[in-house]
Design a protein around this ligand. Structure first.
Ligand SMILES: *Cc1c(COP(=O)(O)O)cnc(C)c1O
Length: 463
């Protein structure tokens, strides 16, 4: 058959749409029509590209077989829920912290209707969105004042712009970090209009380095949490209290970017074996003027940047023109308020998912992996085994921690590799993202929710 004949033999859109297997589908009509168009077009291109000989016989029936899969794909939302089976609790690519159930409910409630976002219900006048969380944040952190922005990168940018634009900010060379997604301290500093003054060395910085650098142009001393790396060996760093004492003596404010920021010392999570991490309250108690941290890292809330500290500094930050561009929306505020309310009643260990997952002991996790293995049961296609693994905290928090966990190790009986199995699990209706180690696909149960175990088990059985 020549190219011309082949093109003429392509079925028409209407013809394919009439195929019985495409009638009455539980899929939106536009997706089916679009899928038919694309499938016919794909074959047309194949013919024109000279691959005609290898093209399937392009009947309406043949085309319709591919249409179903494509239409389902087109109809699916792009942003979807997935099962995190990586064991990385704050997985940046998987949306970091899952919200507590009551935080999600508050979001739904506020999202569906109107709210008093900027309305003072007592005075029948205009209110401020920044007032809703102030008391709660002050109570939990011990700070005088607090304000929330879109994320912690925004919190740092705004702090620098409001307190140090056109002037100097002194930072240790050991803390000029890059966080994922191109957040680099020197670049953020440039964007804010502040001038970076680096002191000390990569591994050792002393108070004397800061003392020598403070001058008339100094606006701020900044301490940045190393977050995603560690410096080991011959090291020295200046503590927050020393920095604050120097700032007080020279009349220069101090800011601490905690990065993750936590209200609970991870070392206090009994049985989890996590390292000590200074809390937000400790940073505030050091006397720093400003402390910034994320809402969706160790705190386990929504994406947000939280700024707490002294009234004077927070007032300048609130008034800065950039605030309008960086302010949080009502959904963020609803989720954050509900999350913080859980901390206030001391229930974060049970009710904030990220905290609960980090607090799980190896024994509990291995028992969970056993339960998942039982739910999978014997299958003809794959062999599953319960193995001890190490999870990670993720999200630029506790970079050296490898809390022990339990996982399901999956290998195919038919010789399919771990990559192939992984691809099948990721392509499902509820995608499951595991990790591959030593040729096996691992599903770490630390980050799989209880109500996801059944779905994971049936996906594994169907491999
Ligand atoms: C994560 C992090 C940031 C950025 O926070 P986001 O909430 O991701 O915007 C800034 N500084 C430090 C030290 C961090 O660890």
């Amino acid at each position: 058959m020549g190219t011309h004949d082949e093109l003429r033999a392509l079925p028409k859109v209407d013809e394919v749409l009439k195929r019985p297997e495409l009638v009455g589908l539980p899929l939106p009509r536009w997706a089916v029509v679009e899928a038919v168009r694309r499938e016919i077009e794909r074959r047309r291109q194949a013919i024109l590209g000279g691959g005609g000989a290898s093209v399937e016989r392009p009947s309406a029936e043949v085309v319709s077989a591919d249409v179903l899969r494509l239409a389902e794909e087109l109809a699916r939302p792009s942003l979807r829920r997935v099962v995190n089976a990586t064991g990385v609790v704050l997985h940046t690519n998987l949306g970091r912290a899952p919200l507590a159930a009551e935080a999600a409910e508050r979001v739904a409630e506020v999202a569906r209707g109107y709210s008093n976002l900027e309305y003072d219900l007592d005075g029948r006048e205009r209110g401020s969105r920044h007032d809703h969380l102030r008391e709660l944040l002050c109570e939990l952190s011990g700070a005088e004042a607090a304000v929330v922005v879109n994320n912690n990168a925004a919190a740092v940018l705004l702090t620098l712009a409001a307190l140090a634009e056109g002037r100097e900010v002194i930072v240790s060379r050991g803390e000029l970090v890059e966080i994922g997604g191109a957040f680099r301290v020197p670049d953020v500093m440039r964007q804010s209009g502040a001038r970076l003054v680096e002191v000390g060395t990569t591994n050792r910085t002393h108070l004397a380095d800061f003392e020598r650098a403070v001058g008339a142009a100094t606006a701020l001393l900044l301490q940045v949490h190393r977050s995603n790396f560690a410096v080991l060996g011959f090291t020295a760093e200046v503590g927050a209290k020393e920095l604050v004492a120097l700032g007080a003596a020279r009349g220069v404010p101090v800011a601490i970017d905690l990065g993750s920021g936590t209200l609970i010392d991870p070392a206090s999570l009994v049985g989890a074996g996590l390292p000590h991490e200074p809390t937000v309250r400790q940073a505030v108690e050091s006397g720093a003027d400003v402390v910034t941290f994320s809402g969706d890292k160790l705190l386990g809330g929504p994406q947000a940047g939280i700024i707490v500290g002294r009234e004077a500094a927070i007032a300048r930050i609130r008034r800065h023109p950039l605030m309008r561009a960086l302010r949080p929306d009502k959904l963020t505020l609803a989720a954050l308020e509900a999350t913080l309310a859980i901390y206030r009643r001391g229930a974060a260990h049970e009710l904030v998912p990220a905290v609960r997952m980090l607090a799980m002991t190896p024994a509990v996790l291995l028992a969970r992996a056993e339960r998942l293995a039982q739910l999978v049961g014997p299958t003809a296609q794959v062999v599953v085994a319960v193995v001890a693994v190490a999870s990670a905290v993720g999200g630029g928090a506790l970079p050296l921690a490898e809390p022990p966990s339990g996982a399901l190790a999956i290998t195919a009986r038919d010789g399919r590799g771990a990559e192939a199995l992984d691809a099948v699990l990721r392509a499902g209706g509820l995608p499951i993202v595991g990790r591959i180690a030593e040729g096996r696909l691992l599903l770490d149960v630390r980050t799989i929710a209880d109500d996801e175990l059944d779905a994971v088990a049936s996906a594994v059985r169907a491999l």
